[in-house]
Design a binder for this molecule. Structure first.
Ligand SMILES: NC(=O)c1ccc[n+]([C@@H]2O[C@H](COP(=O)([O-])OP(=O)(O)OC[C@H]3O[C@@H](n4cnc5c(N)ncnc54)[C@H](O)[C@@H]3O)[C@@H](O)[C@H]2O)c1
Length: 328
């Protein structure tokens, strides 16, 4: 299988290396808006490179992976679909709702599969939590706590291209809440603050945020996140039900320390980046994409799923701006 990948920044270079190691993949060809960067990454990882996206797409691909900056996703998805190449795109689909909806219409009007990258759906812990909800062993779930805490912020230039904290970061929590519970989010109250570097505020963004969501069965979900979690990269979910409770991401590597005397759990070392926290999930996710590209499985996370999570992120941005509850 020959896979073309566009955008070799933080996650793109990591995905390129993951793809190269997959048994189903024979060749990975990379491109970037900065061709010099593509060439350097290709050399470092032992891959081929294309000077631009047009030559990448016309080079006979079995699958097209988009890991470029968010603002380029919609156009690149359209290019992949127009070329008839099964496409994987990192979240989110676009920077705003109207563009996301246009992509959904375009993809659903054709038959080229498009898989959106919410890798938590492939994480063993989240999958076990979903199974626990589905089996009824938790009883009725009344509260969920979900968090996305990055150890350090991304580079400064990333922020104005990210869509803002809720669309870029906690959008993962919104997607995984839907996936684990099978429910829809119906209202949001959100707030945010700037406690770290001033550039977040200069771009109209926040570096720490919280949201209180209500699901369509009355479950409450508290979502929180920050770009400044000194203890490490901490992504977890707790579900409390009438018959039991379950925690995702609570293991020896959780970036947390017990305040209880004599308790040495978690023993560490803590996760530091999304790459080490979710490495097995990224492998499973890209393996699934090769199966989508081979036509042996359905798309596991569609543009419509991404739209649903994005709507919640948009509602949170509106709620934060207007300091009120927003009904979806
Ligand atoms: N699923 C996850 O866990 C996860 C983690 C990090 C980032 N992401 C997503 O991945 C995307 C990239 O994030 P990143 O942190 O790697 O960003 P980055 O800024 O490190 O890299 C982005 C790369 O895309 C290239 N690029 C930008 N516009 C382009 C275009 N039009 N055509 C070709 N290349 C272009 C840039 O030159 C750069 O090399 C974002 O959409 C982000 O939301 C997902």
């Amino acid at each position: 299988m020959r896979i073309g990948l566009v955008g070799v920044g933080r996650i793109g270079a990591f995905h390129a290396s993951t793809l190269k190691a997959l048994p189903a993949v024979d060749q990975v060809v990379v491109a970037d808006a900065d061709p010099g960067r593509a060439e350097t990454v290709a050399k470092e990882l032992g891959l081929s490179f294309a000077p631009d996206v047009a030559s990448l797409l016309s080079g006979g691909l079995d699958g097209f992976v988009i890991a470029a900056a968010t603002g380029a996703h919609a156009e690149l998805i359209a290019a992949g679909v127009a070329a008839g190449v099964p496409t994987f795109c990192e979240k989110p689909v676009a920077l705003d709702l109207a563009e996301t909806q246009r992509v959904v219409e375009l993809v659903e009007a054709g038959d080229v599969p498009v898989h959106i990258g919410f890798q938590r759906r492939f994480d063993a812990g989240y999958q076990a939590a979903r199974a626990a909800v589905e089996s009824g062993e938790l009883g009725f779930v009344h509260h969920i706590r979900a968090n996305t805490n990055d150890a350090v912020p991304p580079h400064r230039e990333y922020i104005p291209q990210s869509g803002g904290f809720f669309r870029d970061c906690t959008v993962h929590d919104f997607d995984i809440i839907r996936y684990v519970t099978g429910r829809e989010i119906v209202s949001a109250y959100a707030t945010g603050a700037n406690r770290g570097e001033a550039f977040f505020g200069q771009y109209g963004d926040v570096d720490s945020a919280a949201a209180l969501l209500t699901l369509d069965d009355g479950t409450f979900a508290m979502v929180s996140g920050t770009r400044y979690n000194g203890a490490g990269h901490d992504v977890r979910m707790e579900l409390q039900g009438s018959l039991g409770s379950i925690a995702v991401g609570l293991d020896e590597h959780t970036a947390l320390r017990s305040a209880e005397p004599g308790v040495n759990f978690p023993a560490g070392p803590p996760h530091l980046t999304f790459m080490d926290r979710f490495q097995p999930a990224y492998v499973a996710e890209l393996t699934a994409f090769t199966e989508v590209a081979a036509g042996t499985r359905d798309v596991p996370c569609t543009v419509r799923d991404a739209l649903a999570a994005f709507r919640v992120a948009d509602a949170c941005e509106l709620s934060r701006a207007e300091n009120r509850v927003v009904t979806l």
